[in-house]
Each structure stands twice: as C-alpha cells, then as structure tokens.
Design a protein around this ligand. Structure first.
Ligand SMILES: NC(=O)c1ccc[n+]([C@@H]2O[C@H](COP(=O)([O-])OP(=O)(O)OC[C@H]3O[C@@H](n4cnc5c(N)ncnc54)[C@H](OP(=O)(O)O)[C@@H]3O)[C@@H](O)[C@H]2O)c1
Length: 285
C-alpha cells in the first residue's frame, strides 16, 4: 500500500520535533550590501535574532517566469555531494532556519532533481517559520516539483507522491512525460509537465507560473539540476552555506557547467563554529 496521510502525519511530527529541539547557534553579520540592491526583506523577531538581521530575496520578475533561488550547503573544500548532506557540516541553524526555513518560507514551490528528493516532503517545519509562512499568506506546504529526464520516479512508494493534499509537479524532459502522466492518472494531485528537451526548461518554468500560479521557487539541487537551472538563466539568488570541515564526495562543486554565473554578494554571516552563510544575486556571464 502506498504511504499516505497517516505516514505524512508521523513524518511531520518528527520534523517539527527535530526543529523545535535543535540547538540553534546565531550567526553574526560580516558583510552587508543589501541596502544597495533592490531586494525584498523577510524575517521575524525569531529569525532576525538568529541571523543578526533580515533575510533577502529578489522580487518576482515582471515577465512570465517565476523567481528561482538555490539553497546549498558545501564543505570547506567546496563539495556538495554526500549521501546525507547534513554530514557536510552546515549545522542546525542552517538546516532548520535557512534550508527548511527562510529559503522556502515565501516560496510557492520547492524543487529538487530526481536524485535529491529524499524520503519525505520538502517543507518548512520549525513552528516559528511555519507561522512566518502563514503570515506571508502562503499555504502550509509548498508545491513539490521534481525534475527528471528518465522518468524513473518512486511514484508508488515515495511519500512525496502520495499525500493528496500536497500538490506535486513533475517537470519531465524527453519522452517519459506521457508515460509518467499515465502512471499518475489515479493521483490527481500530481501534474506532469513535459519540457521536450532540457533546453526547454524556461518554457517549463513559464508553465509553472501561468498554469499553476507558482511565482517563487526554492530549488534545493543537487548540482546537476542546479546547473541546468543556472544555465537556463532562471536562478536569481544563491543561498550558500560553507561549513568549517572537509567532507563530501571530492570534486563535487555546485556548478558543473562551462559558464559559471556572475555572483554579487548580498550578505555574509558567520557562526561561532566557523560556518559561513552567504547570499549572492546571480546573473549570466
Ligand atoms: N549540498 C547540498 O546542499 C545538496 C543539495 C541537494 C542534493 N545534494 C546531494 O547531491 C547529490 C545528488 O546530486 P546530483 O547532481 O547527482 O543529482 P540531482 O541534481 O539531485 O538530480 C539529478 C537528476 O535530476 C534530473 N535532471 C537534472 N537536470 C535535468 C533537466 N535539465 N531536465 C530534466 N531532468 C533533469 C535527472 O533525473 P533522472 O535521472 O530521473 O532523469 C538527473 O539524473 C546527492 O548526493 C545529494 O545528497 C546536496
């Protein structure tokens, strides 16, 4: 039997408990260029205290494309791949306040490559962050978007595909789109958007906004999905946490392409244990 609402309730209880009991170390601001950039600020008393100031995001573009941000943790030596990204050493504040918090608190959708969807639902869990999401007028959980080319997704057994109250969109390049749509016919909360070829990502993004009203997307990677989004010129913000330890699979930087984006620093913050959080605004070279 596929997992459903009961499994989701248990999963959600665990996530909330982990967030509530985490020891959250505050960051200190080292550099702040936010005043010179046209960005939106979000935060609450709770998050401002932990981040030593507000969190920023680019405004949603005026055209028909949603705003995309990327949120990544890398080891001190720049690696992003690990079976469990927590072992990269980003720490609890990064995980509960930035990754599962501010980077997605205003997002209509969270997006992941097929290899990074994990075993759960991608959402906001700390009660203070969930309250902030509510205050911003967002539904409790964002849309779940999965990118795939091969179309081999765990539709039957994956929790993400089996919680009827949380909508899922599969962005599928290539031929598997029609097969996936057929496979998901008994799950009306799942929509398949075919993007023909990977280069049609922009068209897929446009359909997310026009057909589903998705204006802001928080993409969690991994690096091949991130590179495709960057190369398509879709990503405006990068939230990058760099740990103080050497870890991860060697030679796995977050960008794998040939035209690394230009980065403009918005803020840089550091925790007492040497974890650095940086927000960059990205543009194509
Ligand atoms: N450090 C971090 O913050 C972080 C974040 C996320 C993940 N990770 C780690 O990163 C690793 C996975 O990264 P990854 O780069 O191997 O995989 P990934 O980006 O998560 O997923 C790759 C898959 O996404 C699909 N995909 C990518 N580009 C696409 C495009 N343009 N159109 C359609 N589908 C596309 C393909 O799916 P199909 O194979 O189905 O065709 C591809 O195989 C894991 O170790 C994970 O734990 C780290």
């Amino acid at each position: 039997m596929p997992p459903g609402t009961g499994s989701f309730a248990a999963f959600a209880r665990k996530k909330v408990a982990a967030a509530e009991t985490a020891a959250l170390e505050p960051f200190k601001t080292i550099a702040d260029n936010s005043a010179s950039l046209a960005l939106e600020a979000i935060g609450s008393e709770f998050t401002d205290a932990l981040l030593d100031g507000q969190f920023f995001q680019s405004p949603v573009p005026r055209d028909s494309i949603p705003s995309f941000s990327l949120v990544f943790v890398q080891s001190r030596d720049g690696n992003t791949e690990a079976d469990n990204p927590s072992t990269l050493g980003g720490g609890e504040t990064d995980k509960h306040v930035i990754y599962e918090g501010l980077s997605r608190v205003a997002a209509d959708a969270v997006l992941a490559g097929a290899k990074s969807i994990g075993a759960g639902i991608l959402s906001v869990w700390h009660p203070a962050l969930a309250a902030l999401r509510g205050a911003l007028g967002k539904p409790r959980h964002p849309f779940q978007i999965v990118m795939t080319a091969r179309g081999e997704l765990p539709i039957e057994e994956g929790l993400l595909f089996n919680v009827s109250e949380i909508p899922v969109i599969i962005l599928s390049s290539g031929r598997p789109a029609a097969r996936l749509a057929e496979q998901c016919r008994s799950r009306p909360w799942i929509t398949v958007i075919g993007t023909s070829e990977p280069s049609d990502l922009r068209r897929g993004a446009e359909r997310l906004r026009i057909e589903h009203g998705i204006q802001r997307i928080s993409a969690i990677g991994g690096r091949s999905a991130a590179t495709a989004l960057i190369d398509a010129g879709l990503v405006s913000d990068l939230y990058l946490t760099t740990s103080a330890i050497r870890a991860g699979v060697p030679d796995t930087p977050l960008y794998t392409g040939t035209r690394p984006p230009l980065r403009e620093l918005v803020v840089r913050k550091e925790s007492p244990d040497g974890v650095v959080f940086e927000h960059f605004v990205l543009s194509l070279p």
